[in-house]
Design a protein around this ligand. Sequence first.
Ligand SMILES: *[C@@H]1O[C@H](CO)[C@@H](O)[C@H](O)[C@H]1NC(C)=O
Ligand SMILES: *[C@@H]1O[C@H](CO)[C@@H](O)[C@H](O)[C@H]1NC(C)=O
Ligand SMILES: *[C@@H]1O[C@H](CO)[C@@H](O)[C@H](O)[C@H]1NC(C)=O
Ligand SMILES: *[C@@H]1O[C@H](CO)[C@@H](O)[C@H](O)[C@H]1NC(C)=O
Ligand SMILES: *[C@@H]1O[C@H](CO)[C@@H](O)[C@H](O)[C@H]1NC(C)=O
Length: 226
Amino acid sequence: YKKLACCFGILCVILVLAMFGENATLTQQNQNLTTELDQVKKINQELQTEKKNLTEQVESMKKTWNEQNVSQAQWIIDEYCPKSINTDKKRQCASCQKGWLHYQSSCYVVNNEAELKNQKTWEEAREDCRGKSSDLTVVGNEEEKVKTDEVNFWVDKNINGYWIGLRAEGGRWKWINGSDLTNQAWIPQQQATDGRCVTSLQNREWKSVSCTDKNAWICEKKALSI
Ligand SMILES: *[C@@H]1O[C@H](CO)[C@@H](O)[C@H](O)[C@H]1NC(C)=O
Ligand SMILES: *[C@@H]1O[C@H](CO)[C@@H](O)[C@H](O)[C@H]1NC(C)=O
Ligand SMILES: *[C@@H]1O[C@H](CO)[C@@H](O)[C@H](O)[C@H]1NC(C)=O
Ligand SMILES: *[C@@H]1O[C@H](CO)[C@@H](O)[C@H](O)[C@H]1NC(C)=O
Ligand SMILES: *[C@@H]1O[C@H](CO)[C@@H](O)[C@H](O)[C@H]1NC(C)=O
């Protein structure tokens, strides 16, 4: 019996030790989980703050966006529907902005830059047109060609030509909208050598000149259908 009791006692001790061991592991796990929970809470709080911050930013961007839309809409109204000079203040809308010439389905602005320092290279002229939500003019038919050469009504001696949206690309005359020049007779006997761009001028053929020359220029944009 003594031996048996002894064995039993040892077993008890082992069990108790095992239990303590198990408890220690559990406590450790518990501590670990508590730490993790704290970390998750902290991250959650940071995310909440970030979300609030982003929401505020989105709201403020929406506000600016709206204000910009309103001022842009106002600008378009003022450009296309200027208030009449008469006292009745009625607005009169047109297909083209004030200062632009309406012809067929396009609006044109002829940049009569007589001062040499204000004249532009072909690229610079194109930039200027783009700034006016337009591009250098593209001529689609004979009538438009006649009109393009005609609008140069105010020919100053300092103006040697007006840039149009035609330039040599890969040995061909190409419009800036990607189309080939359909009527070769418009620019007779002039090789489409890269680096050459085309100018129009009243009472003369279109002329191929270096794209880095300085000239006046004509911009074109679609007319509004009013
Ligand atoms: C296990 O640990 C808890 C606290 O961490 C303690 O209250 C309990 O008495 C322990 N149990 C044993 C059997 O040691
Ligand atoms: C508690 O975390 C430590 C490191 O942070 C790790 O070494 C240990 O194994 C973890 N204990 C449990 C029971 O998960
Ligand atoms: C909240 O946004 C502002 C800018 O609007 C920024 O300066 C700040 O650092 C942001 N705060 C947090 C916690 O992201
Ligand atoms: C602002 O205008 C753009 C188009 O120009 C439109 O897509 C957008 O929905 C407008 N935004 C608001 C807030 O009206
Ligand atoms: C380029 O413009 C001309 C004249 O407006 C037009 O006839 C032609 O179809 C246009 N090409 C492309 C690819 O839009």
